[in-house]
Write a protein that binds this ligand. Structure first.
Ligand SMILES: O=P(O)(O)OC[C@H]1O[C@H](OP(=O)(O)OP(=O)(O)O)[C@H](O)[C@@H]1O
Ligand SMILES: Nc1nc2[nH]cnc2c(=O)[nH]1
Length: 173
């Protein structure tokens, strides 16, 4: 893959506008029930989205990080490897899982299953991109952009660990 051939799918400006809108929607959703939430960043891919999104949520946001991975190149291995996990209990907390992309949905299914066991007050998902290719059945309450069958890179998303730092979301034709 050559960086010169990467085309813009979602620009920096589009990302910024969408994240402001998501931040408002998230704030409005939680305000009637709580004045604080726990946001869980699913590393590594969600690092940029997480960092931008929490700044647009107008209430106290606790940060939590987990690292799971399952992709090799452009394909899922189907096996979720847990590299690091939550340190504190989420019992009784309002939990917002922050993802960069929902594709097959395998990663989120796994993450949600284990978080549910901790008996949080609620679990919702924000994802900057959702692919409409798979019937994953995951309720993404705060979706950013819906895309078709592209393998995307940039804004945290990698191709074999490269290109995460591209500031927009791109693809290679
Ligand atoms: O819906 P799915 O098909 O499960 O795909 C989504 C997951 O794939 C990517 O993670 P990856 O395994 O590449 O790890 P990374 O976040 O460290 O890049 C991405 O960050 C999501 O977590
Ligand atoms: N970088 C990247 N990781 C993914 N994980 C699941 N789908 C994708 C994708 O389109 N791009």
């Amino acid at each position: 893959m050559d960086i010169e051939n990467i085309k813009v799918l979602i620009s920096e400006e589009e990302l910024d506008n969408k994240i402001r809108e998501l931040g408002k929607n998230i704030t409005q959703h939680y305000k009637p029930m709580t004045d604080e939430i726990v946001a869980i960043c699913v590393l590594k891919g969600s690092i940029n989205f997480f960092s931008d999104l929490v700044k647009r949520i107008d209430m106290n946001v606790f940060y939590n990080f987990i690292q799971v991975s399952s992709y090799s190149g452009t394909n899922t291995t189907g096996k979720i490897k847990v590299k690091s996990w939550l340190e504190e209990s989420l019992e009784g907390k309002h939990v917002l899982i922050v993802e960069d992309i929902v594709d097959t949905g395998n990663t989120l299914k796994y993450v949600i299953k284990y978080i549910e066991r901790q008996k949080p007050a609620s679990i919702e998902v924000a994802s900057i991109v959702v692919k409409d290719v798979h019937e994953h059945g995951i309720d993404v309450k705060f979706p950013g952009f819906t895309i078709g069958d592209y393998f995307i890179i940039g804004y945290g998303l990698d191709y074999d660990q490269s290109y995460r730092n591209i500031p927009f979301i791109g693809y290679v034709e």
